[in-house]
Design a protein around this ligand. Structure first.
Ligand code: C2E
Ligand code: MG
Ligand code: MG
Ligand code: MG
Length: 289
């Protein structure tokens, strides 16, 4: 009895009672500890951005995706998959997302001075909760102004989860950001629930084929058909299309023959520090020229 607690939760607008035992209590206190750790991470600058190359079908470096890393003093590098969902739940994603945006814009402005990197786009992942926050457009604007980064080189990666509710408000906000010059990529495309009738109304720049379709594209005819369909859909709507999670030359070849415009994945490079990315760009150019 003592270790059974009563927990009142709201679900679907109705109050209901849940009973939970020690296991769930342990999980809740682990979450609380993680939350405290995340606050400290922000204050003590334990976050860093890594950058993964994106290459065109001609093989040139055309952009990078900024991926968040948490350099935890005890646990080492922590994957965003283990803390972003928690940060989304407890609202810390707003502070973390603001940090990411500013760090990415700062890097973008710095690369503007480097000939080989000056035309490269930087894609930044934006969680639905962050995008829906009323201050989001102003925050993007301030980050661009403060750092002097070129808005046309900033690309925001959104997911289809954003389209589950209030699509009209999402479109208005996207248009405001488009007016600033910012581009949009629809991340993990094909895994969500976006309806095609909404899709055509979004001011997108690019569709990003989810890596779950790329993985078996050579052996699973359904994945091959889905990849080809996404490429055709993107082109019909005047969008470019990039494949994520490309690990082999054979996958790249298949996608290239299907008309894919750009690629990202371990075949070209893993997410790496800004310094390593600079080296990558240098080597890539030396090989090409
Ligand atoms: P995502 O945006 O779909 O990013 C792609 C993920 O696939 C990255 O994992 C990347 O390292 C990984 N990846 C890239 N190429 C390959 C490949 O060839 N093979 C395989 N197996 N994996 C590959 P990562 O960095 O662990 O990020 C995971 C997710 O965390 C991201 O998925 C994104 O949803 C989220 N995330 C990362 N950084 C941020 C951020 O700054 N803000 C927000 N809101 N979410 C972020
Ligand atoms: Mg992404
Ligand atoms: Mg993705
Ligand atoms: Mg993904």
């Amino acid at each position: 009895q003592a270790d059974l607690a009563m927990y009142q939760a709201k679900a679907d607008g109705r109050s209901r009672l849940c009973f939970y035992g020690p296991a769930m209590q342990a999980e809740l206190s682990e979450r609380a500890a993680l939350e405290a750790d995340l606050r400290r991470a922000l204050a003590q600058e334990q976050f860093e951005l890594h950058y993964q190359p994106q290459v065109s079908s001609a093989g040139g470096l055309i952009g990078v995706e900024a991926l968040l890393r948490w350099n935890h003093p005890q646990r080492g590098m922590v994957s965003p998959l283990s803390f972003i969902p928690v940060a989304e739940d407890n609202g810390l994603i707003l502070d973390i997302g603001r940090w990411v945006l500013l760090a990415a814009c700062r890097q973008l402005a710095e690369w503007a001075e480097v000939p080989r990197l000056a035309a490269m786009t930087v894609s930044v992942n934006v969680s639905a909760r962050q995008f829906r926050h009323p201050d989001f457009v102003d925050e993007v604007k301030s980050a661009l102004e403060f750092t002097g980064a070129a808005s046309r080189l900033l690309r925001l990666e959104l997911t289809e989860s954003l389209l589950l509710e209030d699509v009209e408000a999402v479109i208005v906000r996207m248009q405001a950001l488009r007016a600033l010059g910012v581009g949009f990529s629809l991340d993990d495309f094909g895994t969500g629930y976006s309806s095609l009738s909404y899709l055509k109304r979004l001011p997108l720049t690019e569709l990003k084929i989810d890596m779950s379709f790329v993985r078996d594209v050579l052996v699973d005819p359904n994945d091959a058909a889905i990849a080809r369909t996404i490429i055709a859909l993107a082109h019909t709507m005047g969008l470019s299309v990039i494949a994520e999670g490309v690990e082999s030359e054979a996958q790249r070849g298949f996608l290239a023959r299907s008309g894919c415009d750009a690629y990202q994945g371990y075949l070209f490079g893993r997410p790496a520090s800004a310094a390593q990315l600079m080296q990558f760009a240098h080597n890539a150019t030396s090989v090409a020229s």
